[in-house]
Design a protein. Structure first.
Length: 279
């Protein structure tokens, strides 16, 4: 039974990867920062910013493959976790010869050259995007045989992802705010992305690969679909344009996932199909 290490196994994607890997027969090991996931597996507390701790754990576990999902979106530790943490995991994977699947983001782009293929060069305009771009560079240099997965908004049923929690709070009146009517992404179901990551963990594809949903949609329209899927009133959601923001933001990023669809068996469904909500 091959052994799989998942960093960030308590997160939205990490938990889906862990659940699916167990179903597929992997021996599942995972790391967490605050609390372990409520799943069967071998869980280890780890701060990926600590290179020595990362190296020691990977040497101990000796995984055949690593799926690196751990990151931080904002805060004082964002760069060290997202960029330096990825480099630490890549160094450990290289040392023991483990297959590495690194999860990146469409945040590495500025949104001016749609659609983005794997050949597109990163041009981030946010600090988080810059950290993700730095992580890609580190992983590609340290572990050139790794698969670097660029993805988009991840939507999950268990656990609920941040976007879904926001929409449900807005629709139920527990929170005030708005969703952008001109910010396009290619959202993907967490189980579709997890399936693709596990396929890549078991093959030898090297380099960047886009793995995103089959349709581009605004955050507002996505919110309406999520509300309907949860039997809530989408009319209670308010829309706004990105022009209302005072900080840099990427308005429109559409990933071309043609390569993944030709290479992988996992279906990369459009978000309407994934949610089971018609247009």
């Amino acid at each position: 039974m091959p052994r799989l290490l998942i960093t960030g196994a308590s997160g939205t994607l990490g938990r889906n990867v862990a659940r699916m890997a167990g179903q597929q027969g992997w021996e599942v090991c995972g790391t967490y920062y605050t609390a372990p996931p409520p799943l069967a597996g071998q869980w280890h507390q780890l701060d990926v910013r600590d290179r020595d701790a990362v190296m020691a754990l990977v040497r101990l576990i000796q995984p055949a493959a690593i799926v690196h999902t751990a990151y931080m979106y904002r805060g004082a530790g964002m760069w060290a976790t997202t960029a330096d943490g990825a480099a630490n995991v890549a160094l450990a994977a290289r040392e023991i010869g483990a297959r590495l699947v690194h999860i990146s983001s469409d945040a590495v782009f500025d949104g001016t050259s749609n659609p983005y293929t794997e050949a597109a060069r990163p041009n981030p305009i946010t600090l988080y995007g810059a950290a993700k771009a730095a992580a890609e560079t580190a992983v590609g240099t340290i572990a050139p045989q790794a698969a670097i997965v660029r993805t988009s908004l991840i939507i999950s049923r268990e656990p609920l992802d941040p976007q879904t929690r926001l929409v449900l709070d807005l629709a139920a009146g527990r929170r005030t705010g708005h969703l952008f009517t001109d910010q396009y992404r290619c959202p993907i179901g967490a189980d579709d992305l997890a399936g693709a990551a596990l396929e890549l963990a078991a093959n030898d594809f090297a380099g960047v690969i886009n793995v995103a949903g089959a349709e581009a949609i605004t955050r507002y329209d996505l919110g309406c679909l999520i509300a309907r899927a949860h039997q809530l009133d989408a009319a209670k959601l308010a829309g706004a344009t990105v022009a209302t923001l005072t900080m840099p933001t990427v308005a429109d990023v559409r990933l071309d996932s043609s390569l993944a669809r030709s290479l992988l068996k996992t279906p990369l469904r459009g978000i309407r199909a994934w949610l089971g909500v018609e247009a």
